[in-house]
Design a protein around this ligand. Structure first.
Ligand SMILES: NC(=O)c1ccc[n+]([C@@H]2O[C@H](COP(=O)([O-])OP(=O)(O)OC[C@H]3O[C@@H](n4cnc5c(N)ncnc54)[C@H](OP(=O)(O)O)[C@@H]3O)[C@@H](O)[C@H]2O)c1
Length: 253
């Protein structure tokens, strides 16, 4: 079975699970939300724009269990906000089985030398510090689940380690390190950690780097929704501590 397709052998591999999804109204996030709901998950949809979040809510509700909306801007949120999120999630849903982090901010290619210092700090904060604060706050509740999964969407380190990717590129290298480090520290627990590195996708983020994007490997984000489901499901154990990559031959597995 290809990971790029929705699993067919186990049609509802996320049945009964509660999944927190950041970047829920983004390109990948919205497609992952629908696929996870169709696989049986109750989604907590985290995003910073309520009208867009409402549209994803409607689409997700058509696919599976009624989701929960959680408007939050990662730029301004601090550890107390994430603690409150987890408290409310526990009070309303009673459990948390997975976190899928798809939020990311990229404002365009800029030489480091000319990058506004505040823009660099914001990029590191939104793309690295904030996701870690979010996951850190969720760990106590995740540890109560019998099979929990943390999945961080990451970009290609070779591409975003090249010139002009600025704070976004540096933060992506940090996220890759975080996957391995956290997975090792949680090796003796029921919380799995993995990265998901999609190939190039037609999304607003990508459009900020490439004006005329016609690459052969460019795909709609829907192509990677099945991989999100798999990594969050028990089958994701195969990628514990590693990064699932679209270019690493996974499509045939
Ligand atoms: N697109 C690609 O080619 C590609 C390739 C490899 C990896 N990835 C990774 O895939 C993931 C999803 O990216 P995408 O392509 O789907 O990008 P996208 O369509 O731009 O989605 C990113 C989402 O993150 C949200 N976000 C940004 N800043 C936020 C903040 N401060 N607080 C809360 N939410 C915030 C955005 O909200 P707004 O809508 O309000 O901006 C948007 O909904 C990212 O981790 C990215 O690094 C993408």
């Amino acid at each position: 079975m290809s990971l790029l397709e929705l699993p067919s052998a186990a049609p509802r591999p996320l049945a009964g699970r509660v999944i927190l999804l950041s970047g829920a109204h983004g390109g990948l996030g919205a497609e992952a939300a629908k696929a996870c709901a169709a696989a049986g998950a109750t989604l907590v949809l985290l995003g910073r724009r309520l009208p867009k979040l409402n549209r994803v809510y409607d689409a997700v509700a058509q696919c599976g269990p009624e989701p929960v909306l959680y408007p939050l801007d990662l730029e301004g949120a601090g550890p107390d906000d994430y603690a409150e999120l987890v408290d409310r999630l526990e009070a309303e849903l009673g459990r948390l089985d997975g976190v899928l982090h798809c939020a990311a901010e990229f404002r365009g290619l800029t030489p480091l030398e000319h990058l506004d210092p505040a823009a660099f700090a914001r990029a590191i904060h939104v793309n690295l510090t904030a996701p870690w604060w979010l996951v850190q706050a969720c760990l106590p509740l995740l540890k109560q689940a019998p099979d929990a999964s943390v999945v961080l969407a990451v970009d290609d380190p070779a591409r975003v380690g090249a010139a002009y990717w600025g704070g976004y590129g540096v933060a992506q290298h940090g996220l890759h390190a975080l996957v391995g480090m956290l997975a090792a520290e949680l090796a003796a627990t029921a919380v799995r950690v993995a990265g998901l590195q999609p190939g190039p996708m037609r999304t607003p983020l990508r459009a900020r780097a490439y004006a005329d994007d016609v690459g052969e490997d460019l795909r709609d984000p829907e192509a990677y929704a099945g991989a999100c489901v798999t990594l969050l499901s028990p089958a994701g154990a195969a990628w514990r501590g590693s990064v699932w990559g679209a270019s690493a031959g996974n499509a045939g597995q």
